[in-house]
Design a protein around this ligand. Structure first.
Ligand code: GLN
Length: 493
């Protein structure tokens, strides 16, 4: 079996009978076993995984042909999976086995996917380094050239999914992105990550963090796979009141399509303060897009400087409200140490939530409290509107897509992350949160390696429902960057 199979490769191999779905699943289960030290998975049910693969083989034998049939896919542990533990990597949900399937995972199942297991993540998707998980940190297999002994993080919060794809522990994975949690770890791990338009993928059955920002996204080895995955995941769902009732184009058709004449805006605000190697990465991407016939223009979107503080008011506010449901009474873990109802709530929540989650709940309740609502939450909502208008009326009236770095740095070391203040950690989302605030789609694609030999990701942002255009442009960068060759030169553990 070839290493680093894509969905497209896996489907070809399965159809040609080169290997069976069971063999494919067994191969990845062995890979997960071999790389247990990465801590990419938190739950694997071997019987369920092999059973699903066996069923896929039977369907392949019957002549069924579906985009993901027999393809082992990893699922971030915040998508409810029927009969398979779903914890959001929190102690408070550590015993939760859903009796229903999320819409995104059922859509994937309908398209033939076989689930290999649930991936590690920051607790309740709050974090940028995958260090707040109840099950311990997840590691990146890559190492810095200058310091081979330092263990690096894959980014967060979908760190497990990122590492699983980047280390070839599965063919593709899904994650969720509230402020960058698909794109930032994709950039750190040298893979492709897309956050679609808000409403394109149903949120039904996803453990909620900040409902007006949360979106499911895919994490894949190639842009083509990202297109295949999104086509399989997206679609209207009456169980999500914010689900968009739009026709889902055949995204794979957009990969390889000409982008001649596309106007690309390079956002000035995101270039200020970038290190020389990140500036150079942007320059390279500009050159590749120009060679493909794009026009590059510099744009200024002044309100973007407020995106991060706005996000860190709205996201905790919504989180504090969403997390109020975990009271130790229904499906969440109950404290043993309680003699009355007040203690039961207090102790269940104090024992069940980690430090970062408690920080978000406190920030959220503070900004929503009667005395501070107008000063923080109401103001943040107004600024959110300004940012959204600025993107639409200003940026997307003069350019088709925006080009930015995905992150301001490459992957950090685990010790570096542990010593970062919460604010320093929040700053790693500086380039990603605006797409969530405005509900527009954005994709991260690996562009080059840093001097220290780590992946640098480039982000493309488009107007609502421009996923097709994003796949076309990201495909151009992917091809020109020839990252599949660069990947082979990265030092690994
Ligand atoms: N890192 C951001 C946060 O901690 C984004 C998380 C996410 O997208 N789920 O909130």
């Amino acid at each position: 079996m070839n290493n680093f199979l894509t969905i497209a490769d896996a489907r070809r191999g399965l159809k040609a009978g080169k290997f069976s779905a069971v063999e494919l699943m067994e191969y990845y289960l062995r890979m997960i076993d071999k790389h247990q030290d990465l801590n990419a998975f938190v739950t694997i049910n071997y019987e369920m995984a092999i059973g699903a693969a066996r069923e896929a083989d039977a369907r392949i034998a019957r002549g069924d042909d579906l985009p993901c049939l027999g393809v082992p896919i990893a699922v971030k542990d915040l998508f409810c999976t029927k009969g398979l533990r779903t914890t959001a990597c929190s102690k408070i949900l550590s015993e939760f086995v859903p009796c229903y399937e999320s819409t995104v995972t059922s859509n994937l199942l309908r398209n033939g996917a076989t689930f290999i297991g649930k991936t590690n993540m920051d607790e309740f998707a709050m974090g940028s380094a995958n260090i707040t998980s109840y099950f311990g940190p997840c590691f990146l297999r890559y190492r810095r050239k200058s310091n081979g002994s330092m263990r690096l993080v894959p980014g967060g919060s979908s760190g497990g999914s990122a590492t699983a794809v980047a280390s070839d522990l599965c063919v593709a994975a899904i994650g969720s992105d509230t402020g960058g949690s698909v794109r930032q770890p994709a950039a750190f791990s040298g893979i492709v990550g897309i956050k679609p338009t808000y409403g394109l993928c149903s949120r039904y059955g996803m453990v909620a963090f900040a409902s007006s920002l949360d979106q499911a996204g895919s994490m894949t080895k190639t842009v083509e796979d990202a297109a295949i995955m999104l086509k399989a995941m997206a679609g209207y769902d009456c169980n999500d009141s914010t689900s968009a009732n739009v026709e889902i184009p055949n995204y794979p058709d957009y990969v390889g399509k000409s982008i001649r004449g596309t106007r690309i805006g390079v956002v000035k605000e995101y270039l200020d303060g970038l290190t020389p190697e990140f500036l150079e990465a942007i320059k390279k991407a500009e050159g590749w897009l120009k060679d493909a016939g794009c026009e590059i223009v510099e744009v200024s979107i002044k309100t973007l400087t407020y995106a991060l503080p706005t996000y860190y008011i709205i996201a905790p506010a919504e989180a504090s409200s969403n997390l109020a449901r975990y009271d130790g009474v229904r499906y969440s873990r109950r404290s043993e140490d309680a003699n009355n109802i007040d203690d039961l709530y207090l102790n269940s929540r104090s024992e069940g939530f980690g430090e970062e989650v408690q920080r978000r709940i406190m920030t959220g309740t503070y900004v929503l409290s009667a005395g501070f609502y107008d000063a923080y939450y109401a103001k943040a909502q107004k600024i959110r509107k300004m940012i959204t208008d600025d993107l639409h009326d200003n940026a997307f009236s003069s350019v088709d897509l925006l080009l930015t770095p995905t992150t301001p740095t490459t992957a950090f070391g685990i010790e570096e992350s542990n010593s970062m203040s919460p604010i320093e950690m929040y700053l790693s989302d500086i380039c990603t949160v605006s797409a969530n605030i405005a509900g527009v789609p954005a994709i991260s694609v690996p562009a080059c390696l840093s001097e220290d030999g780590l992946p640098i990701g480039i982000q493309l942002i488009g107007p609502h429902f421009s996923e097709g255009a994003l796949f076309s442009a990201a495909g151009v960068i992917e091809k020109a960057a020839a990252f599949s060759e660069l990947r082979k030169t990265i030092s690994v553990s």
